[in-house]
Design a binder for this molecule. Structure first.
Ligand code: GLA
Length: 721
């Protein structure tokens, strides 16, 4: 039987994620180069007032630090680091390599990125860099080396911050230097051109390569580029950025041993990098995973569901605690309409990340900029000054984080895994698919949000991960699946796991070549089905689902248990007039049992939802995209069958997440996202007894969370007083 508590990565339970801070981190990006020196002492005094203990310095400070080629001027950085140190504030020192100075780009135009149409972009914003450029790479490592040699033993130094949000604006560069690097990368991946031709299926459209020199990036061409080429190009681009990170990281490890190194990921908003590969380079001794997260006003998910996804994903990369390196105190400036956060949300958002494993809360940025593109982005110290809502909440959050010292090193409990594979998403979202509505990354996030609404905390995992610890595994969109992943998923189910797979999964191999019949290729045997033909739905059309006729439909609900046969009343989504979106397919069971069928649409009467017993477990399949309501019902029902429970039963609009130390001490985070006070009670074996770390209030079986407020209950083990 699968155990309870799963983890993906390998990080151990360290006492302090950032040892030199020694508690939860609090602060943000601090750009002293934007301010006269007279302002600096005021900054430090206000940081102390707010409880700030860590700031990220010089993230975009290259031109400040190296105003002319090879001329490093560190005196101002010396002074601000000393000032911060005197104020008891630690520094996350950036290598400043995300934005070269204008003089550099002007002198080295070949380092500027080229877009898919062959247009060379110019300097004047940021990240105007070709990641494969040797000139950029050596200038970046030169600066990193200078900084490391000068500051490795500075007492304020707590953390190294490499670059900033790799690939945020320059995910792909199509220049000739990149083309040569791509050929070298392909040369390592494929023994010879014949293997490349085979992998890319170049017999199609007369695309056979006869000389390596002919191979180039997937630049603009009359119609769609070769999908295998594009897929390898995306892998290559992720690896090129990663190589830039590794070069800086290794220098820092060599010159500044013992000081942790990180780079800030964009876990939920960037699908251009294979973050599982990045996670391998960001975990282990003297490394940590950090993340930036911003709410998106047009996202269909609730803001806290967006936070939960970003935080769960980042925790899964880290395999344990991680650091929220940036988020916003209120509005950002880069959306069409930048919504300010209502009172209380600043604190809920920050603690929402902390509940899910962040060892602190950092912001972009400390003091709002007077000039530049981000002058209307919120900050910890806003343009309105200290007589402001934001400042009052910033200082309150500082006190809250100080009160949460005991939670450091504890781990968020997550009994479910949601599978995410970058190459699969890239292949599925490429052109010329059966339906452009079959998105991958957004669908994975949608399933995660459905779990969130059911009160269940999940990890994300790559399909090759050890899934043994999870009671329930979901694969919302796994179009591409390599052989190792297919074997892994079968083993997981055979050993007693419950797996639910979404439509259009298992179709292609790692090169995006369709797998042999029967479809769905790699998963047909495991799911016990055969797909005959896809029937995607016209835009906005839906299909109805109904309980299948036959044994599963007519029986009463059986006992809960992952290995008991499902019954219609056990999975009551079918009573609720469930609808499917986007996709249907004609499907025949080949060993599977049918739980629901389509009542209308192109394949009316055919199976929509099936389950298949394999070994000691069950493999479920949804042949359509269930709408949000029935998806939540189905996931909730599968959770119930597999013994997965919410962290605590809570009223609607309240979020409950638990962190636990290995010695058993546990903390129940209760976030009230509603405008009314919410009462939470003990339930069944969940006693709800302990002390709210934020207020010191004692809870004995029941308690009230203020409207929009947060409670962090240090739980008292049952049986103790
Ligand atoms: C990113 C960057 C920051 C800033 C913020 C604005 O996270 O890392 O420098 O531009 O976005 O939201």
């Amino acid at each position: 039987m699968v155990g309870f508590h799963g983890t993906v990565g390998s990080a151990g339970e360290a006492a302090h994620l950032v040892p030199a801070v020694g508690r939860l981190s609090y602060g943000g990006d601090y750009n002293p180069e934007q301010w006269p020196e007279e302002v600096w002492p005021q900054d430090v005094a206000l940081m102390r007032e707010a409880g700030v203990n860590l700031v990220s310095v010089a993230v975009f400070g290259w031109a400040w630090l190296e105003p002319a080629p090879g001329e490093y001027t560190f005196d101002r950085l010396d002074r601000i680091l000393d000032l911060l140190h005197d104020g008891g504030i630690r520094v996350d020192l950036a290598t400043a390599t995300a934005s070269p100075p204008i003089w550099f780009s002007h002198a080295h135009p070949q380092t500027l990125p080229v877009d898919v149409d062959g247009r060379r972009l110019t300097y004047g914003s940021r990240q105007a860099i070709c990641p494969s450029s040797p000139a950029y790479r050596s200038a970046a490592t030169r600066l990193t080396e200078q900084l490391a040699r000068r500051y490795h033993d500075h007492p304020a130094l707590a953390l190294w911050h490499v670059h900033n949000e790799y690939a945020c604006h320059n995910a792909h560069c199509y220049c000739d230097v990149s083309a040569a690097a791509f050929r070298r990368w392909l040369g390592k991946r494929y023994d010879d051109l014949a293997a490349l031709n085979d992998a890319w299926g170049t017999a199609f459209w007369s695309q056979t390569y006869t000389d390596w020199a002919q191979v180039q990036p997937p630049r603009a061409t009359p119609t769609s580029s070769n999908p295998g080429q594009v897929l390898d190009w995306r892998r290559f681009s992720s690896d090129e950025h990663l190589a830039c990170f590794i070069a800086e990281r290794d220098l820092l490890h060599a010159i500044s041993p013992g000081v942790p190194v990180t780079t800030n990921l964009m876990s939920a908003s960037c699908a251009n990098l294979d973050y599982w590969a990045w996670a391998r380079e960001l975990t282990g001794p003297d490394r940590l995973v950090s993340n930036d997260h911003y709410l998106v006003a047009t996202d269909p998910r609730e803001p806290p569901a967006q936070i939960a996804y970003a935080a769960d994903l980042t925790r899964s990369f880290a395999g344990g605690p991680w650091l929220l390196m940036e988020h916003s105190t209120s509005a950002v400036n880069w959306q069409p309409r930048n919504l300010a956060k209502p009172a209380g949300q600043l604190i809920r958002d920050a603690l929402g990340h902390v509940a899910r494993g962040s060892e602190g809360a950092m912001y972009f940025q400390w003091r709002a900029s007077r000039a530049g593109s981000e002058k209307w982005h919120s900050a910890m110290l806003p343009h309105a000054g200290t007589e402001s809502k934001i400042w009052r909440e910033v200082t309150r959050l500082g006190r809250h984080l100080a009160a949460l010292a005991d939670i450091e090193g504890s781990r968020t409990e997550a009994p479910v895994a949601v599978l995410l594979d970058y190459a699969s998403g890239w292949a599925q979202e490429a052109p010329n698919q059966p339906s452009t509505d079959m998105t991958a990354f957004a669908e994975i996030a949608r399933w995660h949000a459905a779990l969130w609404r059911a009160g269940i905390t999940a990890d994300l995992a790559p399909p090759q991960a050890d899934l043994t610890g999870y009671r329930l595994v979901l694969a919302p969109a796994l179009y591409l699946i390599d052989d190792a992943a297919a074997v892994n998923l079968r083993g997981y189910v055979e050993r007693g796991g419950t797996l639910l797979v979404g439509p259009y999964s298992g179709m292609v191999d790692e090169y995006d070549r369709v797998r042999p019949a029967p479809l769905p290729g790699a998963l047909a045997g495991l799911l016990g089905i055969r797909v005959d033909e896809f029937h995607p739905l016209p835009a906005e059309k839906t299909v109805g689902l109904a309980v299948a006729a036959g044994p599963a439909g007519g029986t009463a609900g059986g006992p809960v248990g992952s290995t008991n046969p499902p019954t219609a009343s056990g999975i009551d989504l079918l009573a609720s007039g469930a609808i499917g979106l986007v996709w249907t397919e004609s499907l025949e069971p080949a060993g599977a049992e049918v739980l629901a069928r389509y009542v209308d649409g192109p394949v009316a009467g055919q199976p929509a939802l099936t389950w298949h017993r394999v070994g000691a477990g069950l493999a479920w399949y949804a042949g359509t995209r269930l709408a949000d309501g029935p998806l939540r019902t189905l996931l909730g029902a599968l959770a119930g069958r597999t013994g997965v429970k919410p962290a605590h039963p809570v009223p609607p609009g309240v979020e409950a997440v638990r962190r636990r130390h290995t010695d058993g001490r546990s903390y129940l985070f209760l976030l009230n996202h509603t405008a009314a006070a919410a009462q939470v009670d003990a339930a069944g074996t969940a006693p709800l007894t302990g002390t709210d770390l934020l207020t010191g209030d004692r809870w004995a079986g029941t308690g009230t969370i203020p409207a929009g407020g947060v409670v962090v209950l240090a739980e008292q083990p049952s049986g103790t007083r």
